[in-house]
Write a protein that binds this ligand. Structure first.
Ligand code: SAH
Length: 393
């Protein structure tokens, strides 16, 4: 077994059971891509078994902090069983569930979503890439399913020096699927949709939004960065009479329009605008429009902390415009899914946006990813999705 030795003092994160070691912390040693190595402190003491990533800034990702644990097929079976057992205890109002959420489930770089009876996996680290066949077999055995589609086309693959890989890994079948979320039907294509097909992490926030629309008597809704219209369907379910989905993806908007009909809502209550959100917000402002509720669910502006400053400006700008477009007493549901923007920083950005817009508001909701995208105590980076529900004063 190869050993990677850390520089003096650089054992701190592993001692705290945090799974990452950065390139700059490594004194000597290495391995092949994804190879399991023994990680030792400068004094030679065992710290963890980890997967080696020769190209990534995150050079090591810990599998286990237990010197007696072997990293083999049984190890992956155990970790998968544990993740599935956790999901089985959750109240999940959907037949589409995140089964494996990377680091939080002790499997750094692995994402697995189940859409009814189809599994979709992303392998984004050299470690899980190396164990792919073992993981695929273990997933099928643990779930009793037969179909597993691979969507290893996330940007993180690039940082690991891994090529894009997509297609059926086990079994085959249709990639166009229909899921149920709360009382709603939604369609997706696991081969073509964003991420693994759908943004499962916003499931709970869509429910809260539907309830808020009803609670506050919201009539008009501007759903910015709508993707396939999850929040638009929620708004219609909550009783909104005029809902506009704005996105720059034509195929996503076509699906949003289809979802309105699929859920039995009158097409006249919904519009799909294929447009840039920033330009749309400015245009609406110039036209003197106002909305009872606005959703801002932008893509990751800051994939890492290094982009936080520029991202902060972009978040502030759209939030300022949204505040200005809100009718009195209106509701803003605003999100950031940037791992590089911590929740308190996001709150500050939104506060600054409100100040610039001359608007104050009551925070009526604090939102985060649904519980099948768990956060763990030891891995604060897992807290990537945060949102605020704000009622304009
Ligand atoms: N709210 C959605 C998820 C949004 S993901 C849901 O609940 O499912 C972010 C979306 O923003 C993507 O659909 C992407 O196409 C869109 N997008 C990214 N940049 C944009 C821009 N500048 N203007 C409009 N849409 C944009």
């Amino acid at each position: 077994m190869k050993t990677v030795t850390l520089r003096p003092g650089k054992e701190r994160s592993l001692v705290k059971r945090h799974p990452w070691v950065f390139e700059s912390s490594v004194a000597r040693g290495g391995g092949d891509a994804g190879e399991t190595v023994r990680v030792a402190a400068a004094d030679g003491q065992f710290l963890a078994w980890a997967a080696f990533s020769p190209q990534s800034q995150i050079r090591l990702r810990a599998w286990s902090f237990d010197e007696g644990e072997r990293i083999d097929a049984a190890f992956f079976q155990r970790r998968i069983a544990q993740a599935l057992a956790m999901r089985a205890r959750l109240p999940i109002a959907s037949d589409a569930v995140r089964l494996i959420h990377g680091e939080a489930d002790g499997l750094p770089g692995l994402i697995v979503d189940r859409y009814v009876d189809t599994l979709v996996a992303q392998f984004t680290s050299a470690g899980v890439e190396r164990w792919k066949a073992v993981i695929a077999d273990a997933l099928l055995a643990a779930t009793g399913l037969t179909r597993l589609y691979e969507r290893s086309d996330a940007q993180a693959r690039e940082w690991e020096g891994l090529p894009v890989q997509t297609g059926w890994l086990r079994g085959e079948g249709p990639t166009a699927l229909t899921i149920r979320e709360h009382d709603w039907q939604l369609t997706l294509d696991v081969a073509e949709g964003h991420k693994t097909g759908y943004y499962l992490d916003q499931r709970d926030s869509r429910r809260r939004f539907a309830d808020a629309v009803k609670q506050y008597g919201v009539r008009s809704v501007l759903n910015c960065f709508s993707y396939t219209g999850g929040f638009s369907v929620a708004a219609l379910a909550g009783g909104a009479s005029e809902v506009i989905s704005v996105d720059s993806s034509g195929p996503a908007l076509a699906r949003a329009t289809a979802h309105v009909a699929l859920n039995g809502f009158d097409a006249g209550r919904h519009q799909a605008w294929d447009a840039d959100v920033n330009a749309t917000l400015r245009r609406c402002l110039a036209e003197g429009r106002r909305f009872d509720a606005i959703v801002l669910d932008p893509p990751k502006f800051a994939p890492a902390a290094a982009h936080a400053e520029r991202a902060a400006r972009a978040y502030k700008d759209i939030n300022r415009l949204a505040f200005m477009l809100l009718a009195d007493g209106g509701l803003l549901y605003t999100f950031s899914c940037s791992g590089g923007i911590a929740p308190d920083l996001f709150h500050k950005i939104v506060a600054g946006a409100g100040l610039d817009a001359g608007v104050d508001g009551y925070i009526v909701e604090r939102l985060s990813a649904a519980a099948d995208h768990p956060q763990t105590v030891r891995f604060p980076e897992g807290d990537y999705l945060k949102g605020l529900g704000i009622l304009k004063r």
